[in-house]
Design a protein. Structure first.
Length: 251
């Protein structure tokens, strides 16, 4: 995993906006701000992060920036084996970028989330993992249904057009019509593009259910696959474009 994005949630509007991009080329980490940060600043009073105070700068480091490294559980922690099991990341592939891509680096103390750039699968398909969002808003019956899901169970995508915060929100439900969470906001533009270009809905399957004491945010891990349209690149809308061109790093 060489490219990750950083999203910021506006406190009042609660919308998630991509504001930064982190890349790793095998030697150096680079962070830069996206056009989404300018939009967030203009419309939602986003302020540059303390670790990266200038919007018009490319930050570079041989070690992972603290803003990101502090969101990865240390291998010395006794609960680390449970952590990578929850994320379903093999022990030989548990590098920081892979862990951040899978976990989202979420904390209860801030409004930031990390997410991966979807990849081209071995058969030329669109592929991405994600944990379902919004579980704290679901009824107890939905949480109980999640606990009964099995690996490879199909999950259906349902447009939540009356959602007061985002009319493009997409719910996930089980075959027997229980709501089991939301598709992450950052995937919605890709999903709608794929539906338009391919004429088919992406396929979502349950990959792993983590029961308590796993945090609720790690309860349901899903994987999504879909066709990869000709000339398609994930996250190509204007808000994902860098403010400053980083000639030393390619997505």
């Amino acid at each position: 995993m060489n490219t990750l994005f950083l999203a910021w949630q506006a406190p009042e509007k609660r919308c998630w906006i991509p504001v930064g991009r982190l890349t790793f080329d095998g030697d150096n980490y680079r962070f830069l701000y996206l056009r989404g940060a300018e939009k967030a600043k203009e419309k939602c009073n986003f302020q540059p992060l303390e670790s990266f105070p200038e919007l018009n700068k490319v930050y570079e480091s041989e070690i992972l920036f603290p803003l990101f490294s502090n969101r990865v559980l240390a291998k010395s922690r006794p609960d680390y084996p449970d952590y990578i099991k929850w994320l379903n990341v093999p022990k030989d592939k548990d590098d920081p970028m892979a862990l951040l891509a899978r976990s989202g680096g979420r904390r209860a103390t801030d409004n930031l989330e990390i997410f991966p750039c979807p990849e081209l699968g071995e058969h030329g398909e669109y592929h991405v993992h994600f944990f379902t969002h919004g579980l704290r808003y679901l009824p107890k019956s939905s949480l109980q249904r999640i606990e009964r899901l099995q690996p490879n169970d199909d999950l259906l995508l349902i447009l939540d057009c009356q959602n007061p915060y985002d009319s493009n929100a997409i719910l996930l439900r089980s075959i027997d019509c229980f709501l089991v969470g939301y598709c992450p906001r950052y995937l919605l533009e890709d999903v709608f593009t794929i539906i338009k270009e391919c004429g088919d809905l992406p396929m979502v399957k349950a990959e792993r259910v983590n029961l308590a004491p796993a945090p609720l945010q790690y309860r349901l891990l899903c994987n999504m696959t879909a066709c990869w349209p000709d000339d398609f690149r994930p996250f190509e809308t204007p808000q994902y474009q860098p403010i400053v061109k980083d000639f030393s790093s390619e997505r």
